[in-house]
Design a protein around this ligand. Structure first.
Ligand code: NAD
Ligand code: ZN
Length: 381
């Protein structure tokens, strides 16, 4: 089959590799209809995530048709059209029982933190992902959901990660009626977080990025204020001024440890002297949230990062909440928000690219070329 193949930092290509097989009675094999590239894949592509092995296939946002099921699978059958949450979860461990599907213990027992994730290095279990013609889906009765008849496939694929992650970012912010919410990062995740912040009663939503085309999109899509940090002397000062010097009630980090190291580099040389790969957005979030406020982190980080202003966390009494999204927990309510028309996930898809051209797709998304917001890869039919 054709699959995306990782060769090393900034080097990926489409290559033939053997089709996956059922390895466990609870597995299914899914023929992929489409898969997205995520900002999280860029951390792998940039070499930020430890133990990302040459030859592995990325892709944790995909939908497809069930091709075969193992002898222990009861709920799925051949021919079902499914969306597959990015978390690989056993459904039975202590974490899954609390619906913390992103922290499943059984799917990745060697890791101390994250559960299994499709196509996300050996630190997330070493599973191959869905940027391929076929993918093995473990615990097939737990994660996959049959796509409702009335749902557009592009909406379905964005329910595997981006929409739940944006929603959970807002939820973890503990937003109260009238709150001012600042979202750092106007990528797919930040845009969804801004859109969802209103659902929790926000009175004001501000998004910060440096890519004008994304800020324009966010302004229209999420009906929020959108500002370019490159045009500011100091984003923290700007946010303090616009909140009567109190700071925001809630700050959301939808950037992560290196999301576009290029963005970080643009501010090196200013007085903050932050380095590429450092936690710039998190630094800004902590310093611009009000005393007693909440910082919600969905941006992904490498195992360590510098420059976290921990003193301010303590002195301001900030609560920090962070996690991988627990996709399955959120699906029922998000399907309703799509049905009602409030969330239109597919509107963020900017590019449809044949899987054969995966190298170009990664380059474009990483370098943010051609006004790229969210690329979808289409395997050969
Ligand atoms: P993306 O790369 O498309 O978007 C990131 C955006 O951040 C870009 O528009 C970039 O210009 C902007 N940016 C860079 N530095 C910034 C700064 N200092 N301040 C403000 N904006 C800045 O990525 P995405 O797909 O939107 O994902 C965003 C983050 O969310 C990534 O770290 C990704 O790994 C993470 N993520 C987490 C989960 C989860 O479950 N926790 C799920 C999906 C994605
Ligand atoms: Zn993702």
């Amino acid at each position: 089959m054709l699959a995306m193949n990782y060769r090393g930092p900034f080097r990926v290509r489409a290559e033939q590799k053997p089709e996956p097989e059922i390895l466990h009675p609870e597995d299914a094999i899914v023929r992929v209809l489409r898969s997205c590239i995520c900002g999280s894949d860029l951390h792998l592509y940039h070499g930020l995530v430890p133990d990302t092995r040459v030859g592995s296939t990325f892709g944790h946002e995909f939908i497809g048709i069930v091709e075969t099921v193992g002898s222990g699978v009861q709920k799925l059958k051949t021919g079902d059209k499914v969306l597959v949450p990015f978390n690989i979860a056993c459904g039975k461990c202590a974490f899954c029982k609390q619906e913390l599907f992103g922290n499943c213990h059984e799917s990745n027992p060697e890791a101390t933190a994250v559960g299994g994730i499709y196509g996300y290095s050996h630190t997330a279990g070493g599973f191959d992902g869905g940027q391929a013609e076929y993918v093995r889906v473990p615990y097939a009765d737990v994660g996959p959901v049959v796509i409702p008849e009335d749902m557009h496939p592009d909406d379905a694929v964005l329910l595997t990660d981006v929409v739940p992650t944006g929603y959970q970012a807002a939820e973890m912010g503990g937003i109260k009626k009238g709150d001012t919410v600042v979202v750092f990062g106007a990528g797919p995740v930040g845009i969804m977080a801004a859109k969802c912040a209103w659902l929790f009663g926000a009175g004001r939503v501000i998004i910060i990025d440096h890519l004008e085309y994304r800020l324009d999109f966010a302004r229209n899509y999420a009906q929020c204020e959108a500002y370019n940090f490159r045009s500011m002397e100091d984003p923290v000062l700007f946010l303090k001024k616009t909140t009567d010097w109190f700071g925001a009630d809630v700050c959301i980090d939808a950037v992560g440890g290196d999301a576009a190291g290029n963005a970080m580099q643009t501010i090196t040389g200013r007085k903050m002297m932050l380095q590429a790969g450092s936690a710039t957005a998190l630094h800004w979030a902590i310093n611009s949230v009000k005393k007693g406020g909440i910082v919600s982190i969905v941006g992904v980080y490498g195992p360590t990062d510098n420059l976290i202003p921990i003193g301010n966390v303590v002195n301001k009494g900030i609560t920090i909440r962070a996690n991988q999204a627990s996709v399955k927990r959120l699906l029922p309510r998000l399907i309703e928000h799509i049905r009602s028309g409030y969330i239109d996930p597919k509107a963020i898809i900017s590019h449809r690219i044949p899987l054969e051209e995966v190298a170009d797709a990664y380059h474009m998304f990483s370098a943010k070329l051609d006004n790229c917001i969210k690329p979808i890869l289409i395997p050969p039919s």
